[in-house]
Design a protein around this ligand. Structure first.
Ligand SMILES: C[S@@+](CC[C@H](N)C(=O)[O-])C[C@H]1O[C@@H](n2cnc3c(N)ncnc32)[C@H](O)[C@@H]1O
Length: 375
């Protein structure tokens, strides 16, 4: 069952007495170590349950909030990836605080994880063959959103860029080059925008006068088509989300990244994912249900995409999707749409047709049966 926003479905991995509240302050106290307030940090940490000597991967380093929490929780090693060179550059300070324990890599998690065991790959290069836990915190960081020069936000004017790694076509390129039909499909598919056709028509008319190169101009065009409704949500929100997803191939990255991460987990290793909108979360949910043998997925061996139920490689942790509590949302409004899902690699994969499960068991009462009917 999905917990309504603001209500916390208390997961079974959360140690008793630990409030599912806002992220703890940085070890220095006061302000968090970064301009990005990590979402569901305590819950991510509880789900990963880092242990001394363990090897963990933060697939979306951002401001380093998760990596810092993992490094502080146990005498472990953390590999961290971010496709944004600025995030990796900022991470040098955290690496210096934990000498030899934080390894940073710039790149897309889909590529970096798929190649991690190649001789010069992220893990094999350090003599590592498997991971004890992987965390994904999908989407963009506050560093990216709040910098007008990155072009992610309609709240401040800036170049219409939106590239996390500053490579490939920008949002401006798409908006000025795609045909009206393609634009409408993009806004509908990645923004779930019902007024996609009207907005695409307005964009095509506006760009005939002058190329659309700034966030403010695009937001103005959308607002002229779609007046604000009673929800208080800016009418440009869904279109900006759609462009960002397409510019960065975010959904393709999630599919590749989850598959590669799951393959790198040692028995008992945990995969924890925080998603922020339904398109992301749908992929995460589908992947986890299929990997835990609870839902059929397209066969990897059948070119027609025949649906098969995989023999479970994982079991789901927690009885339900976890969302931030009211205190966290009040302290950090950007947390409001966060949703966490987690699963654990089985120690012995279940034979097809066998009801047997074997996770980390008693030490982590994630519960073999937990997650039945998870939303
Ligand atoms: C929500 S932020 C992560 C914040 C982080 N957990 C923290 O506590 O500071 C997401 C980060 O993931 C990065 N990112 C998004 N997609 C990525 C991908 N496919 N590969 C690598 N990094 C990615 C973004 O550049 C951004 O810095």
């Amino acid at each position: 069952m999905t917990a309504p926003l603001g209500l916390v479905a208390l997961p079974v991995w959360l140690p008793a007495g630990r409030p599912a509240g806002p992220a703890p302050a940085s070890p220095a106290g006061g302000e968090p170590a970064s301009g990005h307030v990590p979402v569901l940090r305590a819950e991510v940490l509880a789900a990963l349950a880092p242990r001394d000597g363990g090897i963990y991967l933060d697939a979306t380093f951002g401001g380093g909030g998760y990596a810092e929490a993992i490094l502080s929780a146990a005498a472990c090693t953390v590999f961290a990836i971010d496709r944004d060179p600025e995030a990796i550059a900022r991470g040098a300070a955290l690496a210096a605080r934990f000498p030899g324990r934080l390894h940073l890599a710039q790149g897309r998690f889909g590529d970096v994880l798929a190649g991690a065991l190649a001789p010069d790959g992220l893990l094999a290069g350090h003599g590592v063959r498997a991971l004890d836990g992987v965390a994904f915190d999908l989407g963009v960081s506050s560093f990216q959103l709040d910098d007008p020069a990155r072009g992610f936000s309609f709240r401040t004017d800036g170049p219409l860029d939106m590239r996390m790694d500053r490579a490939g076509p920008t949002a401006s390129d798409l908006v000025n080059r795609l045909g009206e039909r393609e634009l409408a499909d993009l806004l509908h598919e990645f923004g779930e925008e019902r007024a996609a056709r009207r907005i695409a028509r307005a964009i095509v008319a506006a760009r005939a006068e002058a190329p659309i190169e700034t966030t403010a101009r695009l937001a103005g065009i959308i607002r002229a088509v779609l007046p604000p409704d009673r929800s208080g949500i800016d009418p440009a929100t869904r279109s900006f989300q759609a462009l960002r997803i397409r510019v960065n191939d975010e959904l393709g990255e999630i599919e590749r990244g989850l598959e590669a991460a799951a393959a790198l987990l040692a028995p008992g290793g945990r995969l924890v994912v925080v998603a922020f909108h339904s398109l992301e979360d749908r992929l995460v949910k589908r992947f986890m249900l299929a990997a835990s043998g609870r839902a059929p997925s397209p066969s990897r061996h059948d070119p027609r995409g025949l649906l098969v139920r995989e023999a479970p490689r994982f079991h789901l942790l927690g009885g339900a999707l976890l969302r931030p509590g009211t205190a966290e949302v009040a302290a950090n409004p950007r947390a409001r749409s966060g949703r966490l899902r987690a699963m654990e690699r089985l120690v012995r994969p279940v034979e097809a047709g066998s009801p047997e499960r074997a996770g980390r068991g008693a030490a982590h009462p994630g519960g073999a049966a937990a997650g039945e009917g998870a939303t």
